[in-house]
Design a protein around this ligand. Structure first.
Ligand code: BGC
Length: 374
């Protein structure tokens, strides 16, 4: 009797400890630090199905996201670090980050607006990438967790921040819904004409972060056209049909199937690193953009947005030097990003949808990552 009771007690202790472990993967203490007098924090969001996501106000980053596989086992499927120090010391790969003021590149960091020329910080020679040297990904946002499953972040970007005109007031909401969706909503206002293109730079691996590459994932992108780039990854300005090319994901295609095809666009991108022009149905505010399926785990992810484009990036600049959560290295193509956005370098292409925001207007953008099992 005693032995049985003891065994049960031990078993219970192991299970509850395991449950604890699988619930909170990252310790909030590891993010509790002041930078320039501002408090950095880690917020943990939970939905009714036991899904869990942690987010820090350092760069408005998604740090972890626990998603079940077909047997119900939860795994952290986003790349990142266990502590704030990890983010501060690493080469910037924008893991999980909020990107602004401008997602992706602006050619030579220069653009004209209302006949005035602006010069931005160059941080990706010869271009400006993801908002410049100190973009939104390294700012300390003000974060407030109002509900178990929702955090609101705000930021004031001063006039001429990284060279961008106008004081920009930004609000971003992260919500983990009971439909197992990560909802990201952005809104912004300016006091001078400016350009804006906000996105999120989460790297996903549906096997689990640090569990091999993503070449076996099946990708579907709801786009008949993409925007080809030059050797510095700036769009040429053309919209090219995907039909008959390795960019045709209008039927699910295994990512690795054609990623090494010897064509110029894949050479320039070192793989996929391209903006797709999303097919839209009239009167749909947020429309279906893409889906990804991992046949091994059964995890299925769908992406919805009101944005006209999506950047599909296959982690071609990851080199295994980044040692991430649980000491796992992040190797070449060990994750993909699907960044909902306006097209890269839009301020220099009048044929692209406009990214200009003027005083009195409200910028608003939405991105939904929905998870299920197939
Ligand atoms: C870009 C890549 C860039 C990466 C940085 C992506 O959004 O498209 O070219 O290297 O961000 O992590």
């Amino acid at each position: 009797m005693k032995i049985i009771t003891l065994t049960l007690l031990v078993a219970f202790a192991v299970v509850s400890c395991d449950q604890k472990k699988s619930r909170t993967v990252i310790s909030p203490d590891a993010f509790n630090k002041k930078i320039d007098g501002k408090q950095v924090e880690l917020f943990t969001l939970r939905n009714k199905n036991g899904m869990e996501m942690s987010v820090t106000n350092y760069g408005g980053r998604i740090v972890s996201l626990m998603v079940p596989d077909r047997s119900g086992k939860k795994e952290d499927i986003v790349l990142g670090y266990d502590s704030l120090t990890g983010y501060l010391n690493a080469k910037e790969q924008y893991f999980g980050a909020a990107i602004g003021r401008y997602g992706n590149r602006i050619s030579k960091g220069t653009f004209k607006l209302d006949n005035l020329e602006y010069k931005l910080a160059i941080n990706n020679i010869p271009n400006s990438l993801h908002g410049g040297i100190k973009g939104f990904s390294s700012k300390i946002w003000n974060g407030v967790q109002n509900r178990d499953n929702e955090v609101e972040m705000t930021l004031v970007s001063p006039d001429m921040d990284e060279g961008y005109p106008g004081e920009l007031k930004v609000m971003m909401i992260y919500k983990l819904t009971d439909k197992n969706e990560v909802n990201i909503f952005y809104s912004a206002k300016t006091n001078k004409p400016t350009v804006i293109n906000l996105t999120n730079h989460t790297y996903f691996n549906l096997h689990g972060a640090g569990h091999g590459d993503i070449l076996d994932h099946k990708m579907y992108i709801n786009a008949d056209y993409f925007t080809p780039v030059d050797s510095t990854l700036i769009p040429t300005g053309n919209l090219e049909p995907v039909k008959g090319t390795p960019f045709d994901f209008t039927l699910p295609l295994v990512i690795g199937k054609r990623i090494n095809d010897p064509i110029q666009q894949l050479v320039f991108g070192h793989g996929y690193d391209h903006n797709f022009v999303l097919n839209k149905t009239k009167n749909e505010r947020v429309s279906f953009a893409a889906s990804v399926y991992d046949p091994l785990s059964g995890r299925y992810m769908e992406v919805f947005t009101n944005e006209p484009g999506i950047q599909f990036y296959t982690g071609n600049f990851l080199k295994g030097k980044e040692i991430g959560k649980k000491g796992k290295p992040y190797n070449f193509r060990s994750a993909f990003c699907l960044e909902t956005q306006h097209f890269p370098d839009s301020p220099n292409h009048s044929n692209f949808p406009t990214v200009v925001l003027r005083p009195g207007e409200i910028y608003s953008s939405a991105c939904v990552y929905r998870f299920s099992i197939k």
